[in-house]
Design a protein around this ligand. Structure first.
Ligand SMILES: [Zn+2]
Length: 308
C-alpha cells in the first residue's frame, strides 16, 4: 500500500508467495514511492526482485502497471493480462487512434460541444506523449478460468479488461478496482475492439453482483483498505447506482435532455474539472435507466436526446 494524496488514498499491489512461486499482482505507478515499497516488501520477507516468477495484471490502468517495464528490464518474467489489455498496454497505433475518434464522436453525440472538443484535443496530445509508455516484453493473455493458483473472474466495468484473482483455499480475492472500501469505483466509458461503446456501468453492476456470490474472507483492492465484509459493501454500491440513476431520471424529467445537460446540472463546475469521469458516470447511469425501460433516447441532428 503506497499512500497517494488523491481520493484513492493508496495505490496497492501485492506479492503472493507459494512454495517457489512468487507472484506480483499489479505494479503500482511508475515512480520511486512504488519502487521503494516493492523493494521494502521483498526485503522484509528475505526476497528480492529475482524471486518474482510472474506478474498478473488486474487491468491496464496506469496506476496498476507502472513498474512492469522497470521490473522486466532487471528481471524478465511472464506478464499475464486479459486479451483486451493488449492493444492498450502495447499502445497499438490503430487502436489508440480509433479510441480518440470514438471519444470525439461520443462527446458530440452526448451534446458536450466545445468541452468535448477540448477533451478530444487533450486525448490526441496524450496519444503522442504516451507513445513511449508502451509495455515491453510479451504479454500472455488470460483466457480460461484458472491461472496458476487462482480462479480467474471476469469483472469488467471499471475497465473493459478487468479480471480478479480468487485464491479459493484462503478465500482471498484480488479484485483490482472492482470494489473499493472508501469510494465507489468508476465505470469508465470505453470502446470495444471494433469501436463500439461498451455498456460499462451495466457491466460493472453485473460484475459486482457476480462477486456478491463469491465467498471471500478478504478482498485485496487496488486502492484503500482491505475489505472484510464485501457482501454488505457490494449491496451498498448496487443501491448507490440505483439511487444516482433515479436522480438523473428526475433531471431528465425537469428538462435536462442530453447527457451533457444532466452532467452540467448535477456536477456543476466538476463537469469542467473532471469532464471525462463525469461523462462516464452520466452516460453509464443513462444506459442503466435505458436498460430498465425508464428512459429512451432519440437522435436529432447528431445528438442523443433522452426522455423519461
Ligand atoms: Zn483502474
Amino acid at each position: 500500500m503506497v499512500p497517494v494524496s488523491s481520493s484513492l488514498k493508496s495505490v496497492n499491489f501485492f506479492l503472493y508467495k507459494k512454495q517457489h512461486s512468487l507472484t506480483l499482482i499489479d505494479a503500482g505507478f511508475d515512480n520511486e514511492d512504488c519502487w521503494n515499497a516493492l523493494q521494502t516488501a521483498l526485503t522484509a520477507h528475505d526476497l528480492s526482485l529475482n524471486d518474482i516468477t510472474q506478474i498478473l495484471l488486474t487491468h491496464h490502468h496506469v496506476d496498476h502497471i507502472g513498474l512492469v517495464n522497470r521490473i522486466l528490464s532487471e528481471h524478465p518474467v511472464p506478464v499475464y493480462a486479459h486479451p483486451l489489455s493488449v492493444p492498450r498496454l502495447k499502445r497499438d497505433d490503430d487502436f489508440m487512434a480509433m479510441r480518440v475518434e470514438f471519444f470525439a464522436k461520443l462527446y458530440q453525440e452526448m451534446g458536450c460541444g466545445e468541452q468535448g472538443e477540448k477533451q478530444t484535443a487533450y486525448l490526441q496530445q496524450a496519444l503522442e506523449k504516451n507513445r513511449t509508455e508502451k509495455m515491453d516484453g510479451e504479454i500472455r493473455t488470460v483466457k480460461g478460468n484458472q491461472l496458476l493458483d487462482f480462479d480467474v473472474l471476469y469483472v469488467p466495468g471499471h475497465a473493459p479488461d478487468q479480471i480478479a484473482f480468487y485464491q479459493k483455499d484462503c478465500q482471498w480475492l484480488f479484485g483490482g478496482d472492482l470494489l473499493l472500501e472508501h469510494i465507489s469505483s468508476n465505470a469508465l466509458v470505453e470502446p470495444d475492439l471494433e469501436g463500439h461503446r461498451m455498456m460499462t456501468l451495466y457491466e460493472h453492476y453485473q460484475s459486482l453482483k457476480r462477486v456478491l456470490g463469491v465467498n471471500a474472507d478478504v478482498i485485496f483492492p487496488g486502492h484503500g483498505m482491505l475489505i472484510e465484509n464485501h457482501k454488505a459493501l457490494i449491496q451498498k454500491r448496487l443501491d448507490g447506482i440505483g439511487r444516482k440513476a433515479d436522480k438523473f431520471l428526475a433531471l431528465i424529467e425537469f428538462g435536462s435532455t442530453t447527457a451533457a445537460a444532466v452532467a452540467k446540472t448535477y456536477y456543476k463546475e466538476t463537469y469542467i474539472k473532471q469532464f471525462s469521469l463525469v461523462m462516464s458516470e452520466v452516460i453509464g447511469h443513462l444506459d442503466y435507466l435505458e436498460l430498465q425501460g425508464k428512459v429512451q433516447k432519440e437522435m436529432v441532428s447528431g445528438v442523443w436526446y433522452y426522455s423519461a
